[in-house]
Design a protein around this ligand. Structure first.
Ligand code: ADP
Ligand code: MG
Length: 492
């Protein structure tokens, strides 16, 4: 804004024009002169000026006429009238018609400069004010544009969006949300959450987020069903400026098609496993008839081949059984007959079953328990857990190792531990070992045959019994699996 102020001097007297130019240029103004009103207006049409010094008595077009035109066309440029003694009255009229000020000839330099300075200041202030105003309008416009853009995106997106305030009132929602929630009518914001969400589990999650008990990852993902649709809801706190929870944001995605595909895949695996199992069981039976010599004696070599074939069949059957188990767990059909179950008895049975294998591999298997309490469980499933954990402990321990099974009753839980002194599991592998088909690659356990399904089944079974499992391991030192299963009628 520190541009030079440009002054247009319109006067037919050359002496005045030159005088003005000299004085004003000396003060740092830029001066342009015109010897009559027409030339002055022509200059104004081409060049933007800041102040006009205007003589009243001029040939061609008089000062009053010029003033009239400039007030109309350039209302922001202050006009200072130059008047002689005889025209003071006219000057006063000019003031009424919008002139900014007037000066009388002959000029008193100080007075003259003061008037010019004031006009320049006025012009500067006005320009600054206008600039601010323009900027303001532009900012508001940008803000509005941004707002409407955001609004359009939220309105058009396929995922449902819902924002609540601290009082759990819905302050923003989009059409996709209403479609996914199967709400046909319009709902005004803010609306109580119950008007839009009918799933207690989701409302509970939002309440939890509002209470500040946010999970570590910052968002909670859950599946809900609405009508025939499966939806994934991801909720997170909306943080205010001071990082305090100001509300919640939930995004809903339709995962129905994905769930159907997943189900089809499980059904397919299940079907294939079933179809494979029956012929395999027949082949196994025929082989065992051969081995027992019931179809005539076998030579040593023949016997060896048939035996090796049997081993392969057994591991195939194991894989198939595991696959069927996983499918059942995923369908929620695995845990069937829950009865009060004595963990001690199952431990005894497991040890009796595993003892020969442990001996064969040079491993000491011990067990102990105290304060046993019955748990509500399907004994077959619990057996399966022990079989998997103990056979892992034996398989992944070198000769001379020890495997220990312990069980003890706590206030609300039975705590069961399976410990070994085996190869251990590197920390980065620990989160993955419960995944389906996951096996740790370790040079010492390469020869161990397995499917990678055992721990997936173990975890599935324990979760179906409302229990938990965790694992601690130190490579080359050993591994401990710890299970908690809720006891019947906990006493404190
Ligand atoms: N007690 C253990 N000590 C060391 N590694 C283990 C132990 N138990 C399980 N693992 C690791 O976890 C993987 C997954 O175990 P699991 O699901 O039972 O599958 P599988 O035994 O068929 O490989 C194993 O391949 C092994 O690498
Ligand atoms: Mg295993």
């Amino acid at each position: 804004m520190n541009e030079t102020i440009k002054i247009l001097v319109i006067d037919d007297e050359k002496a005045i024009r030159n005088g003005c130019r000299r004085v004003l240029t000396g003060k740092g103004y830029e001066v342009i002169t015109a010897e009559n009103g027409q030339i002055g207006l022509d200059i104004l049409a081409k060049k933007s000026m800041d102040i006009i010094l205007l003589d009243l008595k001029m040939p061609v077009i008089g000062g009053e006429k010029v003033l009239e035109t400039t007030r109309r066309e350039y209302p922001d440029i202050p006009v200072i009238i130059i008047t002689g003694h005889g025209t003071v009255d006219t000057a006063v009229v000019c003031m009424k018609n919008g002139a900014y000020d007037f000066i009388t000839k002959p000029f008193q330099i100080d007075q003259f400069l003061l008037t010019i300075t004031r006009a320049a200041e006025k012009r500067r202030l006005e320009q600054k004010a206008r600039q601010f105003q323009e900027e303001n309008i532009r900012n508001l416009y940008d803000l509005n544009l941004e707002k409407s853009r955001l609004k359009t995106i939220i309105q058009q997106m396929a995922n449902g969006v819902m924002v609540t305030n601290r009082n759990l009132e819905v302050v923003l929602h989009n059409p996709a949300l209403m479609r996914l929630m199967e709400i046909p009518e319009e709902i005004e914001s803010p609306a109580p959450i119950g008007k839009i969400i009918h799933k207690e589990s989701l409302i509970d999650t939002l309440k939890q987020i509002l209470s500040g008990e946010s999970p570590e990852e910052g968002s909670v993902s859950q599946e809900i069903t609405v009508g025939a649709n499966a939806l994934r809801a991801i909720s997170a706190p909306a943080l205010g400026p001071n990082k305090a929870v100001a509300g919640t944001v939930t995004v809903l995605e339709d995962i129905t098609a994905f769930k159907q595909l997943d189900e089809m895949k499980s059904d397919f695996v299940n079907m294939v496993a079933h179809e494979l199992r029956s012929p395999l069981v027949s082949i196994r039976q025929l082989n065992s008839v051969l081995l027992e010599g019931l179809a005539g004696p076998l030579e040593e070599k023949q016997q060896d081949f048939v035996k090796r074939g049997m081993n392969k069949i057994d591991s195939l059957l194991e894989l198939i059984n595991d696959l069927l188990d996983v499918a059942k767990i995923e369908a929620g059909k695995y845990v069937q007959h829950q009865v009060p179950t004595d963990i001690g008895q199952i431990i005894e049975e497991t040890v009796a079953l595993m003892e020969p294998r442990a001996k064969e591999q040079g491993i000491t298997l011990t067990h102990s328990y105290h304060n046993l309490k019955p748990v509500q469980a399907d004994p077959k499933n619990i057996e399966e857990i022990f079989n998997n954990l103990v056979s892992n402990a034996i398989n992944y321990s070198p000769e001379g190792g020890r495997v220990t099974i312990t069980a003890r009753g706590l206030a609300e839980y039975m705590e069961i531990k399976v410990e070994d002194t085996g190869v251990g599991i590197p920390p980065e592998e620990l989160p993955k070992i419960f995944d389906k088909f996951y096996r740790v690659k370790h040079p010492k356990t390469r020869q161990v045959i397995g499917t990678g399904l055992g721990l997936a089944i173990v975890r599935g079974v324990i979760e179906a019994h409302h229990g938990t499992i965790d694992v601690e391991s130190i490579p080359d030192k050993g591994t401990t699996f710890r299970i908690l299963l809720p006891v019947i009628e906990p006493k404190d």
